[in-house]
Design a protein around this ligand. Structure first.
Ligand SMILES: *Cc1c(COP(=O)(O)O)cnc(C)c1O
Length: 368
Protein backbone atom coordinates (compact mmCIF):
# COMPACT_ATOMS: atom_id res chain seq x y z
CA UNK A 1 0.00 0.00 0.00
CA UNK A 2 1.34 3.43 -0.93
CA UNK A 3 0.41 5.93 1.75
CA UNK A 4 0.96 8.78 -0.69
CA UNK A 5 -1.97 7.53 -2.78
CA UNK A 6 -4.28 7.87 0.23
CA UNK A 7 -3.32 11.49 0.95
CA UNK A 8 -5.58 14.28 -0.34
CA UNK A 9 -4.10 16.09 -3.36
CA UNK A 10 -3.97 19.49 -1.61
CA UNK A 11 -2.07 18.00 1.33
CA UNK A 12 0.38 16.14 -0.90
CA UNK A 13 1.11 19.45 -2.65
CA UNK A 14 1.14 21.50 0.57
CA UNK A 15 4.11 23.71 1.31
CA UNK A 16 3.87 23.85 5.14
CA UNK A 17 4.21 27.08 7.09
CA UNK A 18 7.82 27.65 7.98
CA UNK A 19 8.14 29.09 11.47
CA UNK A 20 11.13 31.01 12.81
CA UNK A 21 11.98 28.18 15.19
CA UNK A 22 11.78 25.57 12.47
CA UNK A 23 14.12 27.56 10.21
CA UNK A 24 16.66 28.07 12.97
CA UNK A 25 16.75 25.73 15.94
CA UNK A 26 20.39 26.00 17.02
CA UNK A 27 21.76 27.87 20.01
CA UNK A 28 22.38 31.58 19.60
CA UNK A 29 22.96 34.34 22.13
CA UNK A 30 20.48 36.72 20.58
CA UNK A 31 17.21 35.69 18.94
CA UNK A 32 15.71 38.52 16.88
CA UNK A 33 13.95 36.35 14.36
CA UNK A 34 10.48 35.62 15.76
CA UNK A 35 9.16 39.02 16.85
CA UNK A 36 8.92 37.77 20.41
CA UNK A 37 9.18 40.11 23.37
CA UNK A 38 12.80 39.90 24.53
CA UNK A 39 11.76 40.63 28.12
CA UNK A 40 11.05 37.52 30.15
CA UNK A 41 8.30 39.33 32.04
CA UNK A 42 6.63 36.33 33.67
CA UNK A 43 9.60 34.02 34.10
CA UNK A 44 10.31 30.57 32.74
CA UNK A 45 11.14 31.90 29.25
CA UNK A 46 7.46 31.99 28.42
CA UNK A 47 8.29 34.96 26.19
CA UNK A 48 9.86 32.51 23.75
CA UNK A 49 8.15 30.19 21.28
CA UNK A 50 8.49 26.51 22.16
CA UNK A 51 10.28 23.89 20.07
CA UNK A 52 7.79 23.24 17.24
CA UNK A 53 8.80 19.58 16.94
CA UNK A 54 9.32 18.96 20.68
CA UNK A 55 12.74 17.34 20.20
CA UNK A 56 13.71 16.88 23.86
CA UNK A 57 10.34 15.42 24.76
CA UNK A 58 10.34 13.05 21.80
CA UNK A 59 13.75 11.72 22.80
CA UNK A 60 12.44 10.78 26.23
CA UNK A 61 9.25 9.33 24.84
CA UNK A 62 11.24 7.36 22.26
CA UNK A 63 13.12 5.62 25.08
CA UNK A 64 10.04 5.02 27.16
CA UNK A 65 7.97 3.64 24.30
CA UNK A 66 10.72 1.99 22.27
CA UNK A 67 9.69 3.90 19.14
CA UNK A 68 12.16 6.02 17.11
CA UNK A 69 11.64 9.82 17.43
CA UNK A 70 10.85 10.15 13.72
CA UNK A 71 7.86 7.83 14.24
CA UNK A 72 6.43 10.01 16.99
CA UNK A 73 3.92 12.83 16.58
CA UNK A 74 2.95 14.89 19.61
CA UNK A 75 -0.25 16.88 19.80
CA UNK A 76 -2.60 18.88 22.00
CA UNK A 77 -4.19 15.74 23.39
CA UNK A 78 -4.57 12.66 21.22
CA UNK A 79 -7.71 14.27 19.81
CA UNK A 80 -5.43 16.51 17.75
CA UNK A 81 -3.99 13.51 15.92
CA UNK A 82 -7.52 12.28 15.14
CA UNK A 83 -8.40 15.70 13.71
CA UNK A 84 -5.25 15.78 11.58
CA UNK A 85 -5.87 12.31 10.13
CA UNK A 86 -9.16 13.58 8.71
CA UNK A 87 -7.46 16.65 7.28
CA UNK A 88 -4.74 14.58 5.66
CA UNK A 89 -6.70 11.68 4.26
CA UNK A 90 -10.39 12.51 3.85
CA UNK A 91 -11.64 14.67 1.02
CA UNK A 92 -14.65 16.34 2.72
CA UNK A 93 -18.01 14.94 1.67
CA UNK A 94 -16.38 12.08 -0.19
CA UNK A 95 -13.85 9.84 1.51
CA UNK A 96 -15.29 7.74 4.29
CA UNK A 97 -14.38 6.67 7.79
CA UNK A 98 -15.38 3.46 9.53
CA UNK A 99 -16.11 3.23 13.23
CA UNK A 100 -17.06 0.20 15.31
CA UNK A 101 -19.59 1.29 17.95
CA UNK A 102 -19.99 1.22 20.85
CA UNK A 103 -16.77 3.19 20.91
CA UNK A 104 -15.17 6.55 21.64
CA UNK A 105 -17.53 9.29 20.45
CA UNK A 106 -14.79 11.60 19.22
CA UNK A 107 -14.24 9.64 15.97
CA UNK A 108 -17.81 10.37 14.87
CA UNK A 109 -17.69 14.01 16.03
CA UNK A 110 -14.45 14.66 14.15
CA UNK A 111 -15.89 13.01 11.05
CA UNK A 112 -18.97 15.25 11.32
CA UNK A 113 -16.78 18.34 11.69
CA UNK A 114 -14.84 17.41 8.59
CA UNK A 115 -17.90 16.44 6.56
CA UNK A 116 -16.71 12.86 6.32
CA UNK A 117 -19.39 10.19 5.84
CA UNK A 118 -19.12 7.43 8.44
CA UNK A 119 -19.96 3.77 8.10
CA UNK A 120 -20.68 2.05 11.36
CA UNK A 121 -19.93 -1.61 11.79
CA UNK A 122 -21.12 -2.60 15.25
CA UNK A 123 -18.99 -4.68 17.56
CA UNK A 124 -20.50 -8.07 18.39
CA UNK A 125 -22.59 -8.50 21.56
CA UNK A 126 -19.37 -9.61 23.24
CA UNK A 127 -17.80 -6.29 22.15
CA UNK A 128 -15.45 -7.86 19.59
CA UNK A 129 -14.62 -6.80 16.05
CA UNK A 130 -16.52 -8.14 13.11
CA UNK A 131 -13.56 -7.87 10.76
CA UNK A 132 -15.23 -9.46 7.73
CA UNK A 133 -18.16 -7.08 8.06
CA UNK A 134 -15.78 -4.11 8.06
CA UNK A 135 -14.27 -5.22 4.77
CA UNK A 136 -17.69 -6.00 3.26
CA UNK A 137 -18.91 -2.58 4.29
CA UNK A 138 -16.21 -0.69 2.40
CA UNK A 139 -16.44 -2.87 -0.69
CA UNK A 140 -20.19 -2.37 -1.01
CA UNK A 141 -20.90 0.64 -3.20
CA UNK A 142 -23.61 3.05 -2.11
CA UNK A 143 -24.93 6.43 -3.10
CA UNK A 144 -23.04 8.10 -0.28
CA UNK A 145 -19.67 7.41 -1.72
CA UNK A 146 -19.61 9.68 -4.77
CA UNK A 147 -16.19 8.45 -5.85
CA UNK A 148 -14.79 8.51 -2.34
CA UNK A 149 -13.00 5.71 -0.58
CA UNK A 150 -12.87 4.16 2.88
CA UNK A 151 -9.80 5.96 4.13
CA UNK A 152 -9.81 5.75 7.93
CA UNK A 153 -10.68 2.86 10.20
CA UNK A 154 -10.91 3.63 13.92
CA UNK A 155 -10.24 0.81 16.36
CA UNK A 156 -10.01 1.34 20.08
CA UNK A 157 -8.28 -1.27 22.23
CA UNK A 158 -8.91 -1.41 25.13
CA UNK A 159 -12.18 -0.01 23.89
CA UNK A 160 -14.03 2.90 25.47
CA UNK A 161 -16.76 2.54 26.86
CA UNK A 162 -16.68 -1.27 26.94
CA UNK A 163 -13.25 -1.61 28.58
CA UNK A 164 -12.08 -4.74 26.76
CA UNK A 165 -9.15 -5.38 24.45
CA UNK A 166 -10.08 -6.19 20.87
CA UNK A 167 -8.91 -9.55 19.55
CA UNK A 168 -5.39 -8.99 18.14
CA UNK A 169 -5.98 -11.50 15.32
CA UNK A 170 -8.89 -9.41 14.05
CA UNK A 171 -6.84 -6.21 14.31
CA UNK A 172 -3.99 -7.81 12.39
CA UNK A 173 -6.40 -9.09 9.73
CA UNK A 174 -7.71 -5.55 9.26
CA UNK A 175 -4.22 -4.03 9.20
CA UNK A 176 -3.39 -6.40 6.35
CA UNK A 177 -6.64 -6.08 4.43
CA UNK A 178 -8.14 -2.66 5.02
CA UNK A 179 -7.12 -0.47 2.06
CA UNK A 180 -6.61 2.67 4.12
CA UNK A 181 -5.26 3.95 7.43
CA UNK A 182 -6.00 1.85 10.51
CA UNK A 183 -5.85 3.82 13.73
CA UNK A 184 -5.50 1.77 16.90
CA UNK A 185 -6.38 3.95 19.89
CA UNK A 186 -4.48 2.74 22.94
CA UNK A 187 -5.48 5.50 25.36
CA UNK A 188 -5.97 2.76 27.99
CA UNK A 189 -3.09 0.55 26.87
CA UNK A 190 -1.10 1.10 30.06
CA UNK A 191 -3.79 -0.71 32.05
CA UNK A 192 -4.00 -3.71 29.73
CA UNK A 193 -0.65 -5.39 30.27
CA UNK A 194 -0.30 -6.35 26.61
CA UNK A 195 2.38 -5.05 24.21
CA UNK A 196 1.55 -1.95 22.18
CA UNK A 197 0.88 -2.15 18.43
CA UNK A 198 3.56 0.56 18.16
CA UNK A 199 6.11 -2.27 18.35
CA UNK A 200 4.89 -3.50 14.96
CA UNK A 201 4.95 -0.28 12.94
CA UNK A 202 7.53 -1.74 10.53
CA UNK A 203 5.11 -4.50 9.50
CA UNK A 204 2.12 -2.25 8.77
CA UNK A 205 2.71 0.97 6.81
CA UNK A 206 -0.95 1.96 7.29
CA UNK A 207 -0.88 1.70 11.10
CA UNK A 208 -1.29 4.72 13.37
CA UNK A 209 -1.18 4.03 17.11
CA UNK A 210 -2.67 6.59 19.45
CA UNK A 211 -1.64 7.03 23.08
CA UNK A 212 -2.05 9.77 25.63
CA UNK A 213 -0.70 11.23 28.86
CA UNK A 214 -4.28 11.84 30.02
CA UNK A 215 -5.01 8.47 31.63
CA UNK A 216 -2.28 6.32 33.21
CA UNK A 217 0.10 9.29 33.35
CA UNK A 218 -2.35 11.44 35.31
CA UNK A 219 -1.70 14.49 33.11
CA UNK A 220 -5.07 15.10 31.47
CA UNK A 221 -4.77 18.80 32.24
CA UNK A 222 -1.41 19.11 30.49
CA UNK A 223 -2.90 18.04 27.11
CA UNK A 224 -0.34 15.79 25.47
CA UNK A 225 -1.22 13.03 23.07
CA UNK A 226 1.02 10.77 21.00
CA UNK A 227 0.62 9.19 17.60
CA UNK A 228 3.09 6.53 16.49
CA UNK A 229 3.34 5.86 12.77
CA UNK A 230 5.73 5.53 9.85
CA UNK A 231 7.99 8.58 9.28
CA UNK A 232 5.98 9.22 6.12
CA UNK A 233 2.75 9.59 8.08
CA UNK A 234 4.34 11.62 10.92
CA UNK A 235 5.76 13.91 8.23
CA UNK A 236 2.24 14.64 7.02
CA UNK A 237 0.97 15.09 10.60
CA UNK A 238 3.75 17.60 11.26
CA UNK A 239 3.05 19.48 8.02
CA UNK A 240 -0.62 19.96 8.82
CA UNK A 241 -0.47 20.74 12.57
CA UNK A 242 -0.32 24.26 14.00
CA UNK A 243 3.37 25.24 14.09
CA UNK A 244 3.56 25.51 17.89
CA UNK A 245 0.87 23.03 18.81
CA UNK A 246 2.33 21.92 22.15
CA UNK A 247 2.99 24.77 24.58
CA UNK A 248 6.13 25.18 26.64
CA UNK A 249 4.39 24.55 30.02
CA UNK A 250 3.08 21.24 28.67
CA UNK A 251 6.45 20.15 27.29
CA UNK A 252 8.05 21.04 30.63
CA UNK A 253 5.37 19.42 32.76
CA UNK A 254 5.70 16.11 30.95
CA UNK A 255 9.52 16.15 30.99
CA UNK A 256 9.36 16.90 34.72
CA UNK A 257 6.92 14.03 35.25
CA UNK A 258 9.45 11.62 33.73
CA UNK A 259 12.02 12.73 36.32
CA UNK A 260 9.65 12.57 39.25
CA UNK A 261 7.90 9.29 39.12
CA UNK A 262 7.35 5.98 37.52
CA UNK A 263 3.62 5.51 36.93
CA UNK A 264 3.63 1.72 37.14
CA UNK A 265 3.01 1.73 40.92
CA UNK A 266 -0.04 3.94 40.52
CA UNK A 267 -1.27 1.85 37.60
CA UNK A 268 -0.94 -1.28 39.77
CA UNK A 269 -2.88 0.45 42.53
CA UNK A 270 -5.65 1.35 40.09
CA UNK A 271 -5.79 -2.26 38.89
CA UNK A 272 -6.09 -3.48 42.51
CA UNK A 273 -8.89 -0.97 43.08
CA UNK A 274 -10.59 -2.10 39.87
CA UNK A 275 -10.72 -5.63 41.25
CA UNK A 276 -12.04 -4.46 44.61
CA UNK A 277 -14.66 -2.28 42.96
CA UNK A 278 -15.79 -5.05 40.60
CA UNK A 279 -16.12 -7.55 43.46
CA UNK A 280 -18.05 -5.11 45.63
CA UNK A 281 -20.36 -4.01 42.81
CA UNK A 282 -21.08 -7.67 42.05
CA UNK A 283 -22.77 -8.01 45.48
CA UNK A 284 -25.60 -5.63 44.70
CA UNK A 285 -28.94 -6.96 43.48
CA UNK A 286 -29.34 -4.06 41.09
CA UNK A 287 -26.04 -4.88 39.34
CA UNK A 288 -26.80 -7.26 36.47
CA UNK A 289 -23.42 -7.50 34.81
CA UNK A 290 -19.91 -6.16 35.18
CA UNK A 291 -18.18 -6.32 31.85
CA UNK A 292 -14.56 -7.54 31.96
CA UNK A 293 -12.18 -4.59 31.84
CA UNK A 294 -8.63 -4.10 30.55
CA UNK A 295 -8.85 -0.38 31.32
CA UNK A 296 -9.25 1.99 34.28
CA UNK A 297 -13.02 1.87 34.24
CA UNK A 298 -15.87 -0.61 34.48
CA UNK A 299 -18.93 -0.86 32.27
CA UNK A 300 -21.70 -2.00 34.59
CA UNK A 301 -25.18 -3.08 33.55
CA UNK A 302 -27.76 -2.18 36.17
CA UNK A 303 -31.44 -2.47 36.78
CA UNK A 304 -32.86 1.05 36.73
CA UNK A 305 -29.55 2.53 35.60
CA UNK A 306 -30.94 6.03 35.15
CA UNK A 307 -32.36 5.99 38.67
CA UNK A 308 -28.98 4.96 40.05
CA UNK A 309 -27.20 7.49 37.87
CA UNK A 310 -29.38 10.30 39.24
CA UNK A 311 -29.12 9.08 42.82
CA UNK A 312 -25.32 9.12 42.60
CA UNK A 313 -25.32 12.51 40.94
CA UNK A 314 -27.55 14.00 43.63
CA UNK A 315 -25.08 12.72 46.17
CA UNK A 316 -22.09 14.26 44.44
CA UNK A 317 -20.72 11.23 42.57
CA UNK A 318 -20.80 11.51 38.81
CA UNK A 319 -20.49 8.48 36.57
CA UNK A 320 -21.10 8.24 32.83
CA UNK A 321 -24.43 7.04 31.50
CA UNK A 322 -23.70 4.93 28.41
CA UNK A 323 -27.11 3.29 28.21
CA UNK A 324 -27.92 4.86 24.84
CA UNK A 325 -24.94 3.20 23.13
CA UNK A 326 -25.56 0.05 21.08
CA UNK A 327 -25.32 -3.18 23.14
CA UNK A 328 -25.04 -1.00 26.27
CA UNK A 329 -28.64 -0.81 27.46
CA UNK A 330 -28.72 -0.07 31.19
CA UNK A 331 -24.98 0.47 31.36
CA UNK A 332 -23.07 3.01 33.44
CA UNK A 333 -19.38 3.57 32.89
CA UNK A 334 -17.57 3.99 36.18
CA UNK A 335 -14.00 5.24 36.32
CA UNK A 336 -11.82 3.50 38.91
CA UNK A 337 -10.91 6.37 41.20
CA UNK A 338 -8.65 6.57 44.22
CA UNK A 339 -9.35 4.23 47.14
CA UNK A 340 -11.39 6.82 49.08
CA UNK A 341 -13.33 7.83 45.95
CA UNK A 342 -14.29 4.24 45.24
CA UNK A 343 -15.27 3.73 48.87
CA UNK A 344 -17.53 6.76 48.70
CA UNK A 345 -19.25 5.35 45.62
CA UNK A 346 -19.72 1.96 47.28
CA UNK A 347 -21.10 3.49 50.48
CA UNK A 348 -23.73 5.37 48.52
CA UNK A 349 -24.73 2.21 46.70
CA UNK A 350 -24.87 0.27 49.98
CA UNK A 351 -27.18 2.92 51.41
CA UNK A 352 -29.40 2.56 48.37
CA UNK A 353 -29.39 -1.24 48.53
CA UNK A 354 -30.10 -1.39 52.27
CA UNK A 355 -32.93 1.01 51.93
CA UNK A 356 -34.88 -0.12 48.92
CA UNK A 357 -38.21 1.32 50.07
CA UNK A 358 -36.83 4.14 52.08
CA UNK A 359 -36.55 7.86 51.95
CA UNK A 360 -33.65 7.67 49.51
CA UNK A 361 -35.60 5.70 46.95
CA UNK A 362 -38.70 7.82 47.38
CA UNK A 363 -36.78 11.02 47.07
CA UNK A 364 -35.21 9.84 43.85
CA UNK A 365 -38.50 8.78 42.42
CA UNK A 366 -40.06 12.11 43.33
CA UNK A 367 -37.22 14.04 41.79
CA UNK A 368 -37.47 12.24 38.47
C1 LIG B 1 -9.49 9.58 26.99
C2 LIG B 1 -9.34 9.08 25.61
C3 LIG B 1 -8.42 9.63 24.74
C4 LIG B 1 -7.52 10.72 25.20
O1 LIG B 1 -7.79 11.93 24.70
P1 LIG B 1 -6.79 13.13 25.02
O2 LIG B 1 -7.19 14.14 24.01
O3 LIG B 1 -5.39 12.64 24.80
O4 LIG B 1 -7.01 13.55 26.43
C5 LIG B 1 -8.28 9.09 23.48
N1 LIG B 1 -9.01 8.03 23.09
C6 LIG B 1 -9.89 7.46 23.91
C7 LIG B 1 -10.64 6.27 23.46
C8 LIG B 1 -10.10 7.97 25.19
O5 LIG B 1 -11.03 7.41 25.98
Amino acid sequence: MKIENLVRDNIRRLKPYSSARSEYSGTASVFLDANENGHDLFGGSLNRYPDPLQGALKERIAKLKNVPPESIFLGNGSDEAIDLLFRIFCEPGRDEAITCPPTYGMYQVQADIHGTPVRRVLLTEGFQLNAEAVLNEISSPSGVRGGGRGKLLFLCSPNNPTGNLLDPTAIEFLLKNFPGIVMVDEAYGDFSGVPSWSQRLAEFPNLVVLQTFSKAWALAGARLGMAFASPEITHYLNSVKYPYNVGLPTQRAVLAAFEKQDVTTVVDEILTERKRLAEALGQFDFVEKIHPSDANFLLVKMKDSSLIFNYLKQNGVVVRDRSKEPHCEGCLRITVGTGPENTQLLKLLEALAGDQNSIIQNSIIQSL
